[in-house]
Every structure is written in structure tokens, then in C-alpha cells.
Write a protein that binds this ligand. Structure first.
Ligand SMILES: NC(=O)c1ccc[n+]([C@@H]2O[C@H](COP(=O)([O-])OP(=O)(O)OC[C@H]3O[C@@H](n4cnc5c(N)ncnc54)[C@H](O)[C@@H]3O)[C@@H](O)[C@H]2O)c1
Length: 426
């Protein structure tokens, strides 16, 4: 079978997840070159994807100097680098799978769009949730008219305490200045995209958002808390604190690739002594969660008014005990309700016999990620990308840049609304 020749730009966690799906699971990709300033990551792609040493580059210009050597790029650089690492490859005619959020402002979004159009490139966003069987089935039911016209959608994302800490309180997305993304853009541009995709009958007209950083602040630290858990925080305070590093990072550590990245080693190879030493000294995850210096919101609500009168609300909260995403869609002829982590949703319709309702349950097998990350969304995205590149028709979930612009603009407007404390028209 013909395989896509792919260049990885930014060989971190996400790019390697997609490469793993494309190369080893779907067997439709061959990684022919890689760019990353970090030698540890380049070694990883050499070992896992067989990239030749001579085709591993520390700087994208070294690769760009060779002209177009592959069909496409998977760009998994951090948020702030997306524009500068995407545009030069698009200008050489590379099609691209680019991580979300595409960019953090309207001007750069249009530049990205114009560049892709001018050079005839397919540019797809990694909105993986659209590709989960769960949300995809919901989309198909809506398209099939099962619930009539959408009246209102309520979604929420509850970010668990560990995930909040490792990414948004102490981690690499804790500061909009550093990462380039607000909390809503980094965490829920997926969810806002879903709202626009599911409620595609009309574009959004106005958004209002409130929230902010009110809880992970120094004033809310436990009484007597220090500045680094393992250095100057008293034992009795630590025992009461959810964010004490002993339980969170040393005893458990649910997403180990994040907190040990700063050691410069593959996380599998970091010893307990090195972990403890890093948390005591330079590791940002060793700092008190309330004093970690983040500047993004820790909770945010978004209310959207669409042009046809329908509405949507999305609620995002850090530090939750039971993490998850839920959805409730109210239509003129029925409703849909579920939580992706539960592995099922229900479609309810009016029951003339009882004047209550009938309920049909849709179950999804994958509750533990057996079909790849994001409940099968990662694999679905890569499969669609490969299919489109090899000439197939795009799926209903297709996340071309055209399809992703509205969601991004809505996130920018919601953040503007939260900061200005007033509604913003789109
Ligand atoms: N789709 C999703 O659900 C999802 C989930 C998590 C993260 N993300 C997004 O994926 C992107 C990557 O996140 P990650 O956690 O994989 O990050 P990461 O830090 O693991 O990977 C980024 C890689 O880029 C490399 N890099 C830095 N500068 C570079 C440059 N100039 N050129 C090329 N490479 C460079 C880094 O060395 C690193 O290996 C981010 O934009 C993030 O927001 C998306």
C-alpha cells in the first residue's frame, strides 16, 4: 500500500502520538525526517520511527533548505510556535496536520489560512474530540434530524486536580505570556469548536464570558504554606494539601511525561532521587500550587447566542475531583445527554403514550483508551488525515482550517469578553 511521507516538526508528546497511530497502528505513514532542537526527542523518533540520523534536524531551516522532500508535515510544536513553524512549510507546499490551538489571534489565523490557500495546501487542525465515536455519533444524529432544531447546548469540562496541576497551575500552560494561550484556548478550544460544529445551522452572533483567576492565588494557599513543598512547607500543612507533590508527583503521577520533561531525560529514565532533587530545586512542579505564578484563569463560563436564536453554555473548571466532559443538547424534537468518560449517551424523544419520553442508549466500547488516546479521537483524526491525503473523501468530522476558524474566533471573543466584562459580537 502507498504510504504517506511525513516530516515531524516538534517531536514531543503529541506529534509522536500521531506518528505512532499513522506508522504503527494504521500503517499508512512513513516518517522521513524530523525537526526538534531537543536531541532526546530526535533520538526517540530515530528509535521508534526509524528516521535516519542524517534526516534529523535541530533547526527547521536546515530541512527547509532541501526543498519539499515529503508529502506533509505533522506539526506538534507548542502553541506559541505554531505560526513560525507552519508558514515556511506551507510556503513550500507541504500539507499539514497542525496541533490546536492553531494560533492565538485573528490576524495570525487569517495569515495561516491565506498562506495555506495561496499555496494550495490542505491544513487540518487536531480537534480530536470531533473524531471520537461518541461525538461523531451525536453529530450524525443531529444531521439525521433526530432531535429537530437545536435550541440549547450545555457542555462542561471538569479538569481533574492532577491534570490541572501538571498542565495549568504548575505546567507549561500556566502562563498566557509564556505559552501564548489562555486557559480557554489551551483546554477548551476543542469544546467551543464542538459547539459550533454540532450547532452548524447558524453561526455564533454574540458571546459573553465570565471567570478569572480567583482560587489558585497566594492568598488562598493553606495557612503556613511554604513556597516549595519539599523545601519549606511544614509537614502538617502538606498533609492537608491536595497539591502536595508527595502524593501528586512522587506516589502517583498520572501523566508522567509532563513533570519530568524539565530534567532533560526521557521520563522512563528519571530516578526517584533525580525527581526529588528536581522538585526541591529547579522543577516548576515543585513550587506551591498557589504560588506558582500562573496568569491564566482557573475557572471560566462561556455563554453563546447563535444567529438563529439558539444558545449554548460551556463551563470550564480546574481542580475537580472527578474529571470529565458532559453534554446536554436540547432540540425541538428530542434531546441528547451523556458524558464521554461514561462511554454512552442517551437520545430521548417525546412518548405520546405516556406523555413522558422514550430513551435510547448508545454505548461505546472504548472507555479506557484501547482505541487510542482521546477515546479513539487521536486515531480517527490520523485516519481521516491519511485518507484525505491519499485521495479519499473527508469524514463528517473533517477539521480543515476553514472548519476550525469559527471556533477559534469564538474563543478569542470569549476571552475578550471575560477581560472586558461585556458581551462581544462576532
Ligand atoms: N489535540 C489535543 O488534544 C492536544 C493535547 C495536548 C496538547 N496539544 C497541543 O499540542 C502541542 C504540543 O504539545 P506537547 O505536549 O506535545 O508539547 P511538547 O513540549 O511535548 O512537544 C513540543 C516539541 O517541540 C519542540 N520544539 C521546540 N521548539 C521547536 C522549534 N522551533 N521547532 C521544532 N520543534 C520545536 C520541543 O523540543 C518539543 O519536543 C501544543 O500546541 C499543545 O497545546 C493538543
Amino acid at each position: 500500500m502507498e504510504k504517506l511521507k511525513v516530516v515531524l516538526v516538534g517531536c514531543g508528546d503529541r506529534a509522536c502520538v500521531y506518528a505512532e497511530e499513522g506508522v504503527h497502528k494504521l500503517e499508512q505513514m512513513e516518517i522521513v525526517a524530523a525537526v526538534d532542537p531537543d536531541e532526546v526527542r530526535l533520538q526517540y523518533v530515530r528509535e521508534h520511527f526509524g528516521v535516519a540520523e542524517a534526516m534529523c534536524f535541530r533547526d527547521q531551516n536546515q530541512l527547509l533548505a532541501r526543498g519539499k522532500i515529503a508529502d506533509c508535515v505533522i506539526n506538534g510544536t507548542m502553541d506559541k510556535l505554531h505560526l513560525q513553524t507552519a508558514v515556511p512549510f506551507l510556503e513550500q507546499g507541504y500539507d499539514m496536520l497542525l496541533e490546536k490551538p492553531l494560533v492565538n489571534n485573528k490576524k495570525d489565523l487569517l495569515l495561516l489560512y491565506d498562506t495555506a490557500k495561496a499555496h494550495g495546501c490542505k491544513l487540518m487542525t487536531c480537534h480530536v474530540l470531533r473524531y471520537t465515536p461518541f461525538y461523531r455519533k451525536i453529530k450524525e444524529l443531529i444531521l439525521g434530524g433526530e432531535i429537530g432544531e437545536i435550541v440549547n447546548i450545555c457542555t462542561d469540562e471538569r479538569v481533574g486536580a492532577f491534570h490541572s496541576s501538571v498542565s495549568y497551575i504548575r505546567g507549561k500552560w500556566k502562563s498566557e505570556k509564556e505559552s501564548g494561550s489562555s486557559l480557554l484556548l489551551a483546554k477548551c478550544c476543542h469544546d467551543i469548536d464542538l459547539l459550533c460544529w454540532l450547532n452548524a445551522a447558524a453561526p455564533p452572533a454574540q458571546v459573553f464570558s465570565y471567570g478569572g483567576r480567583d482560587f489558585f492565588i497566594p492568598e488562598k494557599a493553606p495557612n503556613g504554606a511554604g513556597t516549595r513543598c519539599l523545601v519549606d512547607c511544614p509537614e502538617d500543612v502538606r498533609k492537608q494539601c491536595i497539591y502536595d507533590v508527595q502524593s501528586m508527583y512522587l506516589d502517583n503521577c498520572l501523566l508522567p511525561w509532563y513533570p519530568w520533561q524539565c530534567t532533560g531525560k526521557d521520563y522512563h529514565d528519571v530516578t526517584m532521587e533525580e525527581k526529588i532533587e528536581s522538585l526541591k530545586t529547579y522543577n516548576p512542579h515543585g513550587v506551591c500550587a498557589y504560588k506558582a505564578g500562573g496568569d491564566i484563569a482557573d475557572h471560566q463560563n462561556v455563554a453563546i447566542h447563535f444567529k438563529n436564536g439558539s444558545t449554548a453554555v460551556h463551563s470550564l473548571t480546574l481542580g475537580c475531583m472527578k474529571a470529565g466532559r458532559s453534554i446536554f443538547i436540547s432540540g425541538t424534537r428530542g434531546e441528547i445527554e451523556g458524558k464521554v468518560e461514561d462511554g454512552f449517551f442517551c437520545l430521548r424523544k417525546y412518548d405520546r403514550k405516556t406523555s413522558t419520553y422514550t430513551e435510547q442508549r448508545f454505548d461505546f466500547k472504548d472507555r479506557k483508551g484501547e482505541t487510542g488516546g482521546h477515546f479513539g479521537g487521536d486515531r480517527g483524526l490520523v485516519a481521516d488525515f491519511c485518507g484525505i491525503m491519499l485521495g479519499s473523501k473527508p469524514s463528517v468530522s473533517y477539521t480543515s482550517i476553514e472548519n476550525s476558524i469559527t471556533g477559534h474566533l469564538l474563543v478569542y471573543a470569549a476571552d475578550e469578553s471575560m477581560k472586558s466584562d461585556s458581551p462581544v459580537d462576532l
